[in-house]
Every structure is written in C-alpha cells, then in structure tokens.
Ligand binder design. Structure first.
Ligand code: M6R
Length: 614
C-alpha cells in the first residue's frame, strides 16, 4: 500500500513526480503529497486529502520548482486519511522530509523517547516518528543523512520503503527498504525512484531493485551507492526493464478493469507461450523441470495466498489432487503465518501473488522457508519480493494489472497451476498420457474460447442494469467452479459494494437457502460437468423460492437456460478448465453493475492493489 516516487537530475521534478503518482495511484489513493527543494534551497512540502488530482489542484498557485523531489500517494494505516497525516512529513526543524510505505511497529516507544527530547508531532502517523528520529540522530551524532537514516533504521521494527530529502544537501535522496518494494531507475545524469517500475519506464530501462534492508544513495553527478542497514557495502545490480508504456495505458477502454478483462485471450496466450506447445502436445515449465525431484518426493503441497490469488489456489488444489494425487492444503497466508503450522522439509509450498509483495504471503513464505520447505512462487510482477524469496517459480506474464480488482492475473494463475498439475501428474504417472494430451490440446484453445465469451459483453451490460437494486447476491458452484463462485462474489463486493457470498451449491440448503426470495439474485455456475445434474436440482430449489437466477451454462444447454432469468453461455471445455471460462462473465457482470451504480471501478473505496501491510 502507498506509492512512493522520487527524482533527482536536471529536469523539473514536479511533472515527473505527479505522473509517477498517477501511475502508482492503484497502490493507495486517500491522500497525496510532494516535497521539492527549489533553486533557493527551500524545502517545500504540499499535501492534499483525496486523489493525486486533488493534490494537483491544491498546488496550482504554489512554487513547485526544483530538480529534486519526492512524492507519495497514501493508503492510511496510522491516522485517518486527511491532509495532516498525508506524506511527506517534515522533521521538527523542517530540514528533512520523508515519504514512507509500510508500518513502523515500535513507533509508540520511539515517539515517547523523542517527546522526552523535546520533539513535537503534528500527525498521528508512524512515519513522522521516523523522520524525527532521523533528524535527532543527525543532529546529536553529527552525521550525514545517509548515516542518520542507517542508524535510525537499526532502531526500527517494521516494514518500510522510505525516501528522505535534506534541505541542507539538495543533491541527495537517501532511500531504503525492508518488506516494501523499491526500485531505482538510472537515467543520463538523473535517478528515478519508485515503488514499482511504472513511473520509470518512459525515462529509462535500466533499473536496480533495492534489496531487503538496503539503503541506496541517489546523488547528483555521482554513481549510485548501496549498502545494508548493517553497513555492508554492495554493488548495485543493474537490470533491463521488460515493460512498455502502452501496457500502462487504458487503450481506449473506459477503465483498466475492462481493458484487463478483454486482454485475457492475449494474456493467457502469453502465459502459455513457450510453455504449452500444442503442436507437440507438451508443457514445459522451467521452474518445475529444474526442481522436479522436490515435487516428486513431496508428500504434501501447501498453497498459500490471499484474496483472488487464494481462489486460484483452490482451483490449483482440485487440479493437483486430480492429476498428481498429492494431498494439497490451501491456506490464507494471514492465518498460515500465525497458526503454528506443521511444515515438513518434504513439503512444497506454492505461494501465489499477483503483486509479489503481499505482506502476509511474503511472511508465509519466510516461515515455510525457515522450516526447510521448498518454495515455488507464482507471481506476476517480475523481481518482486515473493519471487525473489522463493526457491523457484513461474511468472504469469500478464503485464501490469492496474485495476484493483484482479482479473487477468487470476486466469493466468489458474493456467499456471493447471500446467503445473499436469506436469506433476505426468511425471508421477498418475495421469494417463491420453488424458494429458487431451487437456493440453484443450488448454491451447482457451484464449479463443474466452474471446467468444467476451462477445456477450453488451448483453451482460444490458441485463446488469436490472440488478443494481440488489443488496445481496449469492454465487453458487460445485467442484472446480466453487472457487469461481467465491471469486465472482469477491469481484462484485469489492467494486460495486454489494454484499455477495460464494457457496458450494449443495451447501445452500444448509443455511443460505433461507435468504432466497424474489429480491435475491443467485448466480449459478452450471457448465456441463460431473455435477451438472446436481446443480440443476439446486437451481430448481431456488426457482421454487422465487429467487432470480443468472446462470453460466455451456453452449447448447437449453435446460438451465430456460430455468434462468438470464443465462450467459460459455463454450464446452474440459471440467478442469471451466473456471478459466466461467469466471469471465462474472468479471463482466461485476464490472457493469459497478459502472451503473457509479462506483470507482479501478480504485474502489478502502482498497489498494498491493497489500504490503498485514
Ligand atoms: O498481489 P496478490 O495477488 O498477493 O494480492 C492478493 C489480494 O490482495 C488480491 O487478490 C485482492 O483480493 C484483489 N483486490 C482481488 O480482486
């Protein structure tokens, strides 16, 4: 949560910082701010409650000149989202300004100590405590900014990506990270700093990913320097950025979410490229092949993730258990990390995360690693913390997902998990060659089949209007489609603010059936598969109680279509691949209901794309 940007060089910093904040707004958007040192050496800090656009409005008549600056877009943790709590925060003497993404857990103790030394606090944030501590150390120990930051961070418990400006030295930005991401872009006589590479991509493709507990010094006219908080000097490793500007734009769509839903035929083809060879009927996942023995000797696989990625993990469980016959447990990372789980050296732990930065999933990975388990990461953002912490893994390669509601990342995660399940099953001999070949061939057809489903977008948009009245929705599915029901419900609640629950269809009669009335829309995922007849019975039970039915059915299914108020069709496919198709209409349904309700689809209230706090 929170996005941070910095610039030092020859250009005016403000336009670069504001553009960067817009790119990072998906990380948090309750307030924003900027700090700049102008040519006279004045350190100006401007802040505004609301979005980056509100900040731009607030600084219209202000001095925003300067070739060095830092900026921040916030997702509140300590202190309500208002102007005072917005970043950057000044130190006591207003000599320093800081931006911060993360949480200083021992801020109360540190604050108490600083108060005793005469420091006063304007905000309710943990961040202000850190900048005061840096200033206190700088003054009392008479050290430079970098040393003061280093000494201060040695006292800090928690997570951070920070950047600090010093009025007395307008040629330097000192930044550091622990648990929150930070990347430096290296230009021609200039440096860029950001939470991810999106604000940097149009200026340079040379980046340095700042590592855990590392401090970096961006000094005008000098080489980048890097050292650890423990004072070990390191050589920065410069990498080439694989990201294009067009991937960061809406490309004519009204929202990133809609663009990302429509991108799925392409993104899934990209996810499979070089991995699924339909001509040779083969799958190759390098991360699996290089570590085959770990999977083959595993007595158990634990999948850990949060939110949508957890739903993908559940589908992965069905596939791995069906094809590879290895027991799988799927864990919410936040529960797993704290419930003293039994983890064995022979366990394989699969961590799934779009951002690769989710704090709970990262902590779950570290915990499992400390018990000797083998960690396989399935992530989207290249170079993020989770893929770096994992022993091996596989990127989903869907490009930046900017809409806060995850769509294309989900289908790619399911695709990668399916590929993995098929490969393990084949290697273990628990999946016949014939079935393997059938499913691989069908997997290759999925992108086109999603393309077919997307043609129903206008009709879904039309009937979505009928459901904006609803206060509650139930989503039902069985087997592979039970996690899809939960994912459909999550999409609806996060962007339309309508309460929604995903249930295994047969569980309905154990409670939720009491909710069914003509006011209650029920979304039933009922493709042709092993449990089809049973789901039809569930639909009859809903009909008998006058529930309104939106169904997702296989093309040609007249039975369920006639029983439904609205039916959306998906092409016939293998049961294990049905989630890849069935989820698409649910993404569109949630999107259109949210649009008709006038909700902020790409940046829903209270949410952030990358949850770097637990
Ligand atoms: O980046 P991650 O996949 O680790 O994120 C996990 C969840 O925060 C995320 O999936 C969240 O539930 C989405 N907003 C769902 O659309």
């Amino acid at each position: 949560m929170c996005g941070i940007v910095g610039y030092i060089g020859r250009r005016e910093a403000y336009p670069i910082l504001i553009k960067g904040l817009h790119r990072l707004e998906y990380r948090g958007y309750d307030s924003a701010g900027v700090a700049l040192i102008n040519a006279d050496g004045k350190l100006n800090v401007y802040k505004a409650k609301g979005k980056v656009a509100d900040l731009e409005h607030a600084v219209e008549s202000k001095d925003v000149s300067g070739t060095i600056g830092i900026a921040h877009t916030r997702w509140a943790t300590h202190g309500e989202p208002n102007q005072v709590n917005a970043h950057p925060h000044y130190s006591e003497s207003e000599e320093l300004a800081i931006i911060h993404n993360g949480i200083i857990e021992n801020y109360a103790v540190l604050k108490e100590g600083l108060i005793q030394h005469g420091y006063t606090f304007k905000s309710a944030t943990d961040t202000e405590v850190l900048v005061q501590l840096i200033e206190y150390i700088k003054h009392t120990d008479k050290v430079d900014l970098q040393t003061a930051v280093q000494l201060a961070l040695n006292q800090v418990v928690g997570a951070y990506a920070i950047a600090v400006l010093d009025r007395s030295n307008p040629d330097i930005i000192v930044a550091a990270r622990k648990g929150s991401p930070l990347v430096v872009g290296i230009g021609d006589g200039e440096y860029f700093l950001a939470s991810d590479a999106t604000p940097i991509v149009e200026f340079t493709d040379k980046v340095v990913y700042v590592g855990e507990e590392e401090i970096v010094c961006l000094e005008r006219g000098k080489e980048l320097t890097l050292k650890t908080i423990g004072n070990v000097v390191k050589t920065p490793v410069v990498k080439k950025l694989e990201l294009t500007l067009s991937q960061l734009e809406k490309g004519g769509y009204p929202h990133f979410m809609l663009k990302e839903i429509f991108e799925q035929p392409t993104t899934l083809a990209t996810s499979m490229r070089g991995r699924v060879n339909v001509e040779q009927n083969n799958i190759t996942l390098a991360g699996f092949i290089d570590n085959k023995e770990k999977f083959l000797k595993a007595k158990r696989i634990i999948i850990t993730a949060c939110g949508t990625s957890w739903h993908a993990g559940l589908i992965g469980m069905y596939a791995i258990e069906e094809f590879a016959r290895i027991p799988v447990e799927v864990e919410y990372s936040s529960e797993f990390r704290y419930r003293k789980p039994v983890i064995d050296q022979d366990d394989v732990v699969i961590a799934i995360s779009q951002s690769g930065e989710t704090a709970d999933t990262l902590a779950a990975v570290e915990l499992a690693k400390s018990h000797g388990a083998f960690i396989f990461g399935i992530c989207n953002v290249v170079g993020a913390s989770i893929p770096r912490a994992a022993h091996s893994g596989c990127y989903t390669h869907v490009g930046p997902e900017i809409g806060v509601a995850s769509t294309k990342a989900f289908t790619a995660q399911v695709t990668v998990l399916t590929m993995l399940a098929l490969m393990i099953g084949r290697e273990r001999g628990t999946l016949s060659e014939e079935r393997y070949l059938q499913i691989v061939a069908e997997l290759g057809k999925i992108p086109d089949k999603i393309g077919e489903i997307l043609k129903q977008n206008d009709r879904i948009a039309e009937f979505a209007k009928t459901f904006t009245y609803a206060q509650n929705f139930i989503y039902l599915g069985r087997g592979y489609n039970y996690p899809v029901a939960m994912e459909g419900a999550l999409k609806l609640k996060e962007i339309s603010y309508i309460h929604a629950e995903g249930y295994p269809a047969a569980e309905m009669k154990h409670g939720p059936i009491a909710l069914i009335s003509q006011e209650m829309p029920v979304v039933v995922i009922a493709p042709q598969c092993g449990t089809y007849e049973k789901v039809v019975s569930n639909i009859q039970e809903i009909k008998a109680r006058k529930g309104r039915i939106i169904s997702v059915v296989t093309e040609g299914d007249e039975i369920v279509r006639h029983m439904s108020d609205y039916a959306i069709t998906i092409p016939q496919t293998e049961e294990c691949l049905a989630p890849l198709l069935a989820v698409v209409p649910l993404q569109l349904l949630a999107y259109h209901i949210a649009v008709v309700k006038g909700c902020d689809v790409d940046q829903p209230r209270n949410l952030a794309k990358s949850v770097t706090v637990e």
